[in-house]
Design a protein around this ligand. Structure first.
Ligand code: FES
Length: 113
């Protein structure tokens, strides 16, 4: 890996940091390392990273400027970001979201529940 960047993945109560190549596509980097960005149905029926299905959403920090119309709409309305439309260019933390069948995000559980 020429120019690795740390990517911290928060999945429920588990936090894992992996190195990804600078500029890597966030969705691809997560899937390649066994992290799912999808719901149970959209895992099998998604747009393959074309920015069309909106099922690959994650919370990401720092949040890069959107370059895709759908991702820009997500920013405007405060929705999670499309991982397929983001590149990892600096140390980044991404939180995977609990989803229903498609890409609907489940309400967050509080720590005391
Ligand atoms: S994989 Fe379909 S919008 Fe990202």
């Amino acid at each position: 890996m020429d120019d690795p960047v740390p990517l911290t993945v928060i999945d429920g109560d588990t936090e894992t940091t992996v190195d990804v190549e600078r500029g890597a596509n966030l969705r691809r980097a997560l899937l390649d390392r066994g992290f799912s960005v999808y719901g149970s149905l959209s895992r099998h029926t998604n747009c393959g990273g074309r920015g069309l299905c909106a099922t690959c959403t994650v919370d990401v920090d720092p949040a890069p400027e959107p370059s895709h119309w759908h991702d820009a709409a997500a920013v405007r309305f405060g929705y999670p970001r499309l991982s397929c439309q983001l590149s990892v260019t600096e140390p980044t933390t991404v939180r995977l979201l609990d989803k229903v069948l498609w890409g609907q995000v489940l309400p967050r559980r509080r720590a005391d529940e």
